[in-house]
Design a protein around this ligand. Sequence first.
Ligand code: CP
Length: 298
Amino acid sequence: DNGFYGRDILSVSQFDRAKLDYIFGVGEEMRMLVERFGSADLLQGKILANLFYEPSTRTSSSFMAAMLRLGGQVIPINNVQYSSVTKGESLPDTVRTLESYSDVIVIRHPEVGSAATAAHYASKPVINAGDGVGEHPTQALLDLFTVQEALGAIDGLKIAMVGDLKFGRTVHSLTKLLVNYGVEFVFVSPDILRMPKDVIDVVNSSGHSYVETEDVHDCIGDADVLYITRVQKERFTDLAEYEAVKDQYVVDPALMSKAKQRMIVMHPLPRVNEISYAIDNDPRAAYFDQMRNGMYIR
Ligand code: CP
């Protein structure tokens, strides 16, 4: 038993280095399987319910693709407005309904803790695909897998997280996962979008050092990983605040000319203006690798 059979995946706090090594090994096997054979029948007869209360392209499609390539089937509920949620059906009842037809439920929902609520009511495993500004654990797994694949090791790296650190759930999960390794953190954000206290507490209690700054130039010269996020417009109550900070950080050729030759630029995507298209063919651009790796990890 690898410890995952029948288990919910709700938070990155469930993973230690041994479990991460195991997952990355399986991710590598899945990559080889897809490259050599395209598909397999490991999950033949199994059904995944994909329940998305918020928009998604990558997470939703990669869970579906992973299930289909392993021979399983998917119930896709990407437009909850066309489901009985619109008639007022609660999350517990929606989950109970879907588990009657499926073997595992993937859920994305705007409220922090919603995946845990779903898991409380479901007897089948629930996978958190993003709960509001809370966590996005499978994104953090694919992010870390991408770092390891690109740079060979995670220990010893300087990781700069840039942009909306307050509302960006991917940086919350990734930071909490990275404390399993010997890394240095630099958190780069406008003052109103600083990393939340609960994430800083995890960094502090794990004995890691970190620096906070508003200026990406403070770290561009020695960062091994530059992980930039979209400013999450949908989480702002005051749109004037969003407008004031939305274009504060842009990764463009001028910025990249100051970066090391051996480093990577990451972004969970979708991007708006944070990364210039001129960077897409730079060998240091890892954001398209991230989305491909999502399918193998999921
Ligand atoms: N990275 C990510 O979660 O992308 P989607 O919102 O497209 O799923």
